[in-house]
Write a protein that binds this ligand. Structure first.
Ligand code: TXE
Length: 505
């Protein structure tokens, strides 16, 4: 347990609000429900390395039951007027906000995330329900003027039951990001959280039903990816799949979707460029660079991990960034540091492996590269913020997603070279451009291959802005009205209106 909290249950009950369960079951048909196999798996608190909680180990039998209940839940959901559905979603948003402290506390215990960030994530989850709840009665069709003898119109219909597989780096926001548009469009949801972080997804589903969502409209199956996840993507009742995770697993999910001819959207991470021209405000750029690759211990798909810096200002930028990194407080998530641990020992080893590879390939370690010395943190999965300089874009640490607080400074000469390096990656999720030259900011933003580009800022949070990848970062868009289209299918209805006996034109 966290040094300060004295145990998961003690910590959570200290915070009050949501009671901590010894054992977490699936959430199916509006109630917690044990796995058919009777099997559970246990989890670890990333801040201490100590075990906590047992979670239902789902399999194909549990998935089937959840999908059947979801089909019934979807019928009940669609039987409600669109405006009433929107009102339920707004009620969910206010319940989430009412329980914000308790949910954030649970999120920090479960994921190791700093409490302030968990609070932001819970608020963002509420925003998803609010934003998409607001459009539930505004999903419009079209009249198509193609003939004088027909009325032709197109309506948008839900798919039915949608599957959502989410990762561990932002569990409750990602749950809201998927469930919000899916429910607004009239679907029912079966969600599988990552095995490392199940708690808040389960509590969210419970809150949704308590706030008026029909039982069965939001189900959660916990378990391992290759067992519960795979069963979910292969289940015959699933009509659409949304996946967020690694490229490798994304490919597997896409193959499963192809086998069943089911539409799929995938968000698969990145290696985003953060481009600093020498006319930029270097103080702001260095401060936001810290946010770009250190926030959430670097476990953010849109993290700006490739710091492309114009050669002339590399020393000045690195000096400023180093000062920023000196300020980073690291500790157990619930103690509200700047960053907590990474999510698991496996993830820490992965990050440390990349740090070794960076050294071996000749990048110069300018900051960090070690585990924090504080003996209180010994049990948890901590990695100090780490900065490499003199990095070539061809190096492994510049090409592969590390998903830890590791940044690489890559020098460039001119704008042309900056754009070439920025695009020289398999990924294309996000990018930052730092310059005072307005024309250049638009020019470079236009040429970078990425789904979101920030100018003189990085990752300003917003549920309203479409988000998703170019290239191997995936396809389809989350967030914003754009996301809704991925949760509806169109039907065109053509009615002959010509009088009987008239020839159709
Ligand atoms: O990811 P996986 P992992 C990247 C990041 C990280 C790496 C590995 O670089 O270091 O991936 O993380 C479920 N069928 N990202 O191994 O396997 C799994 O249970 C169906 C980037 O945790 O992709 C979990 O719920 N589902 C990313 C989810 O997939 C399966 C966020 C993600 O796990 C499955 C997370 C299967 N066969 C990791 N196998 C981002 N885009 O933000 C696993 N899963």
């Amino acid at each position: 347990m966290t040094p300060a909290s004295g145990g998961f249950a003690a910590a959570a009950s200290k915070e009050g609000g949501i009671p901590v369960r010894e054992r977490y079951e699936h959430f199916i048909g509006g109630a917690f429900s044990p796995p058919a196999s009777g099997r559970y798996f246990s989890n670890h608190d990333p801040s201490t390395g100590e075990p906590f909680g047992a979670f239902a180990r789902g399999d194909a039998v549990d998935v089937r039951r959840a999908v059947e209940d979801a089909a019934a839940g979807q019928s009940a959901w669609m039987a409600m007027r669109p405006a009433a559905r929107g009102q339920v979603m707004l009620a969910i948003a206010s319940r989430i906000r009412r329980d914000l402290d308790a949910l954030a506390w649970l999120e920090s215990l479960d994921s190791g995330k700093a409490l302030w960030l968990s609070r932001l994530d819970v608020e963002t989850c509420a925003r998803y329900f609010e934003y998409f709840g607001g459009v539930a009665d505004k999903i419009l069709g079209e009249v198509i003027p193609a003939s004088n003898e027909h009325l032709m119109y197109m309506v948008r219909e839900p798919f039915g039951v949608t599957a959502h597989i989410i990762p561990w780096n932002a569990p409750i926001t990602q749950a809201g990001r998927g469930a919000g548009p899916a429910l607004a469009a009239g679907n029912a949801v079966v969600m599988k959280p990552a095995e490392e972080t199940c708690v808040t997804t389960l509590e969210l589903a419970r809150i949704c039903v308590e706030a008026g969502l029909p039982p069965g409209a939001f189900n959660v199956i916990t378990g391992y990816g290759e067992e519960a996840g795979q069963a979910l993507t292969s289940d015959a009742g699933i009509r659409k799949i949304a996946f967020t995770g690694s490229v490798e697993t994304g490919r597997r999910v896409m193959k499963a979707a192809a086998d069943r001819v089911v539409p799929v959207t995938v968000e698969l991470g990145g290696k985003s460029p953060f481009v600093v021209f020498d006319d930029a405000d270097l103080d702001s750029a260095a401060s936001l660079a810290r946010k770009a690759f250190v926030l959430n211990a670097g476990q953010i798909c849109s993290a700006g991990t490739r710091l492309l810096v114009q050669r002339r200002c590399v020393p000045a930028f690195v000096e400023r960034l180093t000062r920023e990194l000196d300020k980073v407080r690291i500790g157990p998530g619930v103690e509200d540091p700047d960053i907590g641990p990474v999510v698991s020992e496996q993830q820490r080893q992965r990050v440390e492996r990349y740090i070794e590879i960076g050294r071996a390939e000749g990048a110069r370690l300018a900051y960090g590269g070690y585990r924090p010395a504080d003996s209180r943190l010994r049990g948890g999965y901590y990695v100090a913020p780490t900065l490499f300089v003199d990095v070539a874009n061809s190096m492994t640490i510049a090409q592969e997603e590390i998903f830890g607080p590791v940044g690489c400074v890559i020098p460039f000469g001119d704008e042309e070279e900056a754009v070439r390096i920025a695009n020289d990656t398999q990924y294309g999720l996000a990018a930052g451009v730092w310059t005072r030259d307005v024309a250049r900011s638009h020019r470079v933003a236009g040429r970078i291959q990425a789904g979101q580009v920030y100018v003189n800022d990085y990752q300003p949070i917003g549920v309203e802005a479409p988000f998703g990848g170019y290239k191997n970062s995936g396809y389809g868009r989350e967030k914003g009205l754009e996301a809704l289209h991925h949760y509806t299918q169109t039907k065109t209805i053509i009615v002959r209106t010509a009088p009987d006996g008239a020839t159709a034109g």
